[in-house]
Structures are given as structure tokens and as C-alpha cells.
Design a binder for this molecule. Sequence first.
Ligand SMILES: [Zn+2]
Length: 506
Amino acid sequence: MSDKPQTSEKMQELINLAAELDDLSHINALMGWDQQVYMPRGGSEERGTQSALIGRLMHEKLTSEKVGKLLADLEAEVGDLNADTDEARAVKVFKKAYEKQTKVPWPLLMEFIKVTTGAHEAWVEARTKSDFSIFQPYLQKIVDLRIEYAKLFQPYDHIYDALLDDYEPGMKTADVKKIFDELRPQQVELLKAIAEKEPPDNSFIKTHYKTEYQELLGRYVITRFGFDWNRGRLDLTAHPFTTEFGQGDVRITTRYLDDDGGSALFSTMHEAGHAMYGQGIAAKYNRHPLSGAASLAIHESQSRLWENLVGRSKEFWSFFYPSVQMLFPEILGNVSMNDFYRGINKVEPSMIRVEADEATYNMHIMLRLEIEMGLMEGGMQVADLPEIWNSKMQEYLGITPKNDAEGVLQDVHWSGGMIGYFPTYALGNLASVQLWDKLLEENPNVHDEIAQGKFDTILGWMREHIHQYGAKYEPQELMLRATGSKITPEPYINYLKTKYGEIYDL
Ligand SMILES: [Zn+2]
């Protein structure tokens, strides 16, 4: 006798359906990867049609009447089970996806796809010409459609809740606001204190490093982290990202900049963090309703952990720096380990979010959240965004963009209709430190291990407490189980204060 409950016929039907949906989604991801890595420009129109077809097939599969009936039967069936069983969770997660998709009328979905397709091209042109007016009518339409979409989910506490929930299941606008309200004044205060100090020199990093050696180093570092090359690849793209075609094939990309020797290395560590999460989900969830990650914030906690907590730490560099110095003797031969460490951790308010350091990054997110909430609530108008953006940049970071390209037009997200996405970046930063603190509490030797180039305790802990569960728990519950608390800003604030207190002698 096995104590595992027998999989019922209906449950097997749900798992089979989820497996086919996963397959279709991975086929689409593979086409998307190819589009960015290999596809000649001439392929874009047909690729668009192919990808839309897969999207339509998925929508039809997920929203058919048969599925509604199956879920109703299964709910009755798992009603007797512990709510924590895989079966009960699978039904819950699948039902949520089903309800979200069936709530949206087909014409609204079609219009959204049409508008965002055009909006992307308009955004590219607007950004190239640094002219917000080109993008403005598209963004207006996107905001209108998102409001229409959110209203389908009434009643809600806040109109932004439905959008946030698409990326961060179970998280409410009020939770995020509370976290950010606590974070903001403390982070602003820290930045003010840092600004009064002499900045470290980082000119040695903002220069050309031989690309072949950068690649060698990136591969070496993530191999030591535990990136599984049997189930992954590293390729080149204009913008780094991670994608997966199943647990056995999780790919990352990077780019090498001519004027920044750190960019590729840190972004490779970042993407490897995402990828190792995907590689670490329990095999039993492969092609299963719980096959995904818990949320974007949890995903980002993993990438940030490897990039920042590990990759920008003193211990990490005490191990790697001698080899890096040998690889690039003409640049780093006379730069001491301590100067190098301070240089790569320089705090410098910048216009561009993706280039922001650890101390300023969240400010970029808070600005975006306030704008998104303002647009959804109706208190802000799309036409006023360039001005609102610039004045908030001045307020939070003390700098003003010189044009819209480095201001309101810098991110691709809104052109794709992704409103509600940005907060997950900041929540991921917070979660990364919260997990890190717990890991250290249970494994006080981790710093020493990093200094010896050993990372298996870190990866093992994340596998055990985060990765293996896939989408079984909502992010806040997963954090509660792993650390004893939902996402909270204190660990992050303490981390910033300690780290920069030492670097800047505050
Ligand atoms: Zn990321």
C-alpha cells in the first residue's frame, strides 16, 4: 500500500491538459528565443502569426466548457483532501488561471493584442526620436483597456489589485503600498548620507574588457554557482533574459558592452539565478499544473541573490579577484581588492533603471508604481507623464532626465501592456535579503564558504525552501514558510545600511 493518494481519472485529465498547455507555452518560448538569438529580420511577420496561433490554441484549450465542468467536478473531489496536497493546490491554481481567462471577453483580448503590437513599434520609434507624443495615443489606449480589464474583477479593494495579481498572485496593492511607504523615507535618507561622502572610483570597470575573457569568466562563475549546463545554455542577445522550454532546457542570454566590464558578468549571474530556479523545480511538477514559479518577485529574489548578495560581496571577490586580475592585468594590475570592491558597489543615482545600483534601484520602482496607480485610479493623465516622471526623478534621486528617451520612455513594459509588473522587481530585492538572512541564520559558515568559492549550501537551501515547490504556494505563503514572515522591508534596509555604512564610512 502506498500512502500517496491514487491519482483519480479526472485529476489525470487535468494533469494531461496542463501538460499540453505547458508544451504549447514552451513551443512559443522556443520561437521567442530563436527570434532574439538567431532569426533574420525577414522572419518577424511569419513568426508573429505562428506565435499568435499558439496563443489562440492555448486560450481555446484553457477556456473550453469542458474545462469548466472538469474543474467543478475536481473541486468536489479535492474538497475532502488536505488543502496542502498537490492535488488540491493544482486544482486551485488551474481554476484561477481558468477564471482569469474566461472573464475576459474575446474582443477585449483581441483588441489588447492588436493595440500592444502597434504600441511596441510606436514605442521603439518614440524612444529613438525621444518624442513621447508618438507613443502617447497608444499608451492612452493601453491604459483604457487595462482599466476595462481590471473592472472585470470587481469587487476589489483597489483597481490595481487585478493587474498586480497577474504577476504576483495573492498580493494586494495595499500590501505593496505599505511596504514601499516604510521603505521610501529610509532609503531616501540613506542616499542623502551617501551623497555627502567622497564617491569611490569605478573608472577601471567602465572600460573595455576583452570579450572572450568576459565570456570565460561569466561561464566559470555560474558553473561554480551550480548552473546545470546539461539543462541549459548561454547565448548572445541585445537584452539579457532567461527562458525555458521545460525543466531540462533552461536558457540564459547576455551581452558584452564595450564601455563596461561589469555589465555582462553581473547580468550573467542575475540570469543564472533565474535559470537555477527553473532547473530546481521538483521533477514531479514537470508538465503539471504546478510547473511554474511562485511569482515574478520570488523569481527576482533568486536572480538578485546571486547577482548582489553573492556577486557583489567581499567574500565572493576575495575568491575570484586574483584570477580576474590575472585575466585583465593591464586594467586591474594596480587596483587593490578593496578598491575594486568599493568601485563595483559605487552608489550613483542614474536615469536608467536597469543600470541602477542596489541603493537606488527601488526608487525607480516606487516612481513607476505611483504613476501606474495614478493612471489606474484616474488621478493622473497620460499626457502629463513626461512632466510627472521628471519631477519625481528630481524628488527621489536628485536628477532630471534630459529627454523622454532617458525618462518616461526608457522601459518596454508599458508598450506591452504590462502594468502591475514593476513592483515585483522591488519586492524581489526585499525577498532576496529576507531569504539570505534566514539562510545565514541556519548556516553561519556561508560567508566562509563563498570565500572558498563554494556555493552548494546556498543553492541547496534555495532548492529546499523555494525552488522545489514550483507554483504550489502563493509567494507570500512561500516566504512565510521559508523565513517565518511575509515580504517585509526591514532586512533589506538593514542590509543596505550595513553594507554602505562600511563602504561609505557613514
Ligand atoms: Zn530578473
